[in-house]
Ligand binder design. Sequence first.
Ligand code: SF4
Length: 433
Amino acid sequence: MKILFVLPNETIKSNFKKFVKWLNIKFVFGFGKSLAFPILTALMPPTQDVEFIEGGHNEIDYNKDYDLVGITAVTRYSPLAYEIADEFRKRGVKVVMGGWHASALPEEAKQHADSVVIGEAEDTWPILIKDLKNGTLKPFYQPVRPVDVKNIPNPQMKIFPRNNRSSVQATRGCPYKCEFCSMACVKFRNQFRMRPINDVIEDIIDIPNKGFFFIDNSLTVNPNYSIELFKQMKDLNKRFYAYGNIDVLNKNKELLKSAQEAGCFSWFVGFDSICQESLDNVKKVSNKVKNYISSIKNIHDHGISVMGSFIFGFDYDTIDVFNKTDDFIRKSELDIPVFYVLTPFPGSLIFNRLDREGRIFTKDWSKYDLSHVVFKPKNMTVEELENNFRNFCIQQYSFSRNLNRMINGIKFGPNIFLNIAIMNNYSMLNNWF
Ligand code: SF4
């Protein structure tokens, strides 16, 4: 059987992005790529003929002889995913869709696919393949229990181009229920599970790149597990990023020390807002704004940089949130800031609330890209949020701000400095092109 896995994405047209790809900057292009397809590949016999394509119509040969096409897309690329699915189905090829968006809106995805995989696929994929061979494909496949993480196979990273093999997952799920998080209300995703550490170490050893990204929702949910994992990684000579919650990173020095010794470049923290009312309102219980600056200092003191994300457009945000965030970023010496417009992804609790309140004014999913405004904010107009966000990004990634962050990054040594320089300048150039 010949299977094609498609990850819809924009065709790389800009010369800058082509240049970055040519340079093979692994941390930029292979950044935290989903492991869904490598895991599905590992669940099938090794003789299976599997191809992987990331991109749009230009990258796909619709006349190739596939028996099955599997597509997973984030909300932003779901319209493109549907076009691709329709093209294949016109040619009589069976199409299966899965991933966050299809799981949140399975009936919508089903209009473009023969079958939709809802939620975690490890238990349902082998059944789906058997049904396909028997000609009894069902419209929907949904797990009846959380996947036992002991049964997650070693992901077959070889289906990715070499520079994209940069993801590892140690844990599944997140016990928190932040209102804006697209995963918070997906069945079983609130059940936090830890893979056997030996399995994780095997996956890390298999990664050809020196650097990689832990794509776990948070590696601070069970600090004792993470400390043990980091201790066992100590001699692997790898460098990595990981997501973590700031309340734990603020307190747990042993976690920071073991992370540093294991090769942690940077903790990726969702600060999300510097307005405590906004955080309380969306139930981001792990964040206390008053501790932000001392927490960043603690992480810095352990020789680790901090990448921090901020979201604009919460109900308590007024226009001065931009100035206050700018103030905080300068005072805290945050190394790599990342900014998003609040986006109510289908399936999230905030999508349901804003929809109920009649505040979502477009369901053109291509606009759900974290930089367009798709709902009516409470304390700003749509234009105010959009324009202030754009200007804020230009200001934050200006040459002088980037230079400051790079100078501050020298104290971490050449590897982390280089990483801070690449990430900030990538954001600056991305803003320009
Ligand atoms: S935003 Fe982070 S902490 Fe909150 S539910 Fe999502 S993964 Fe968990």
